[in-house]
Design a protein around this ligand. Structure first.
Ligand code: GLU
Ligand code: ZN
Length: 288
């Protein structure tokens, strides 16, 4: 299969320097591999996604000199695929409904003891399992609920002591990252795979979409490194290939704080308005 990388922004605000860095890296990686560069609009959060931000993304990326294949995949067009995967996992007894609020979860976890922090997974505190069904959960004939969050039953998903592996690459290294059943059950926990308001989750959508787009190399920020463990398990459960990963450093401001969408001061649009060139942007993020 021909190599393919992607850039997958959410249209919930202006692109800033960190996005430019991420997009250029993925684009240049595709070029170095003689592969394809794809774009995906991650708009499962319908409330925060806006067409004008999507338009601004295309405008900024084109200004940077990047080109990408069309059509662009939009997650809001992919609900049938997300639902089919959830139906499959549900029928296999790997999901269960959860009605806990954030407060319920904090209460169930109790006040953390002095000096003993709560186990923090990629999605926050490890879920205490309040709604997890006991024993086997035969689902044949029972329709999948869509009015509640659905969590992954990690104990069932990793039954038999499953461990996963993915390759992490960098400019000068290559490493195998292993995750064991214990890490999944106790370090990550029963994460939400379908939010009742979205009908999916970041984790499920990204895994299905990377596969649908034929992505062979995922280049993205190191803030998503731990989430990749979840993605690799989902790939295995759904029979999808695992890409090669590269988690890049994050662009930070002078105080060392990572840039966020709301940091309008770092918006590419602002640099453009002040007369910066794409070469200036490359230099500013250390890609001269
Ligand atoms: N949509 C995510 C973001 O804006 C990126 C997801 C990914 O690259 O896997 O941070
Ligand atoms: Zn619950």
């Amino acid at each position: 299969m021909r190599a393919a990388t992607r850039f997958a922004p959410s249209p919930t605000g202006p692109l800033h320097l960190g996005h430019a860095y991420s997009a250029i890296l993925a684009h240049d990686m595709a070029q170095a591999l003689g592969g394809r560069f794809l774009l995906r609009i991650e708009d499962i959060d319908r409330g925060r996604s806006k067409p004008e931000w999507e338009a601004a993304i295309y405008d900024d990326l084109a200004w940077l000199g990047l080109t990408w294949e069309t059509p662009v995949l939009r997650q809001s067009d992919r609900h049938a695929a997300y639902a089919a995967a959830l139906d499959d996992l549900w029928a296999r007894g790997l999901l269960y409904p959860c009605t806990c609020t954030r407060r319920d979860i904090e209460m169930a976890l109790g006040a953390p003891q002095e000096g003993v922090p709560l186990a923090e997974g990629p999605d926050g505190p490890v879920y205490p399992g309040t709604c997890r069904p006991e024993g086997d959960a035969p689902r044949a004939g029972i329709p999948r609920p869509t009015d509640r969050h659905l969590r992954v039953n990690m104990a069932r998903a990793t039954q038999g002591g499953v461990a996963t592996a993915f390759t992490e690459t960098g400019p000068a290294h290559q490493e195998m990252i292993l995750t064991g059943a214990g890490d999944y059950c106790f370090g990550i926990g029963d994460i939400v795979l379908a939010r009742k308001d979205f009908g999916t989750s970041y984790h499920l959508s990204v895994v299905l979409d990377d596969a649908a787009q034929g992505i062979t190399h995922v280049s993205r920020g190191e803030d998503l490194f731990e989430a990749t463990r979840i993605h690799v398990l989902l790939q295995r459960l759904l029979g999808l290939p695992t890409p090669i990963y590269h988690h890049h450093r994050l662009i930070r401001d002078e105080k060392g704080k990572r840039l966020a969408k709301r940091d309008d001061a770092r918006a590419l649009a602002k640099y453009r308005a002040e007369g910066a060139t794409p070469a200036d942007i490359r230099r500013t993020v250390g890609l001269a």
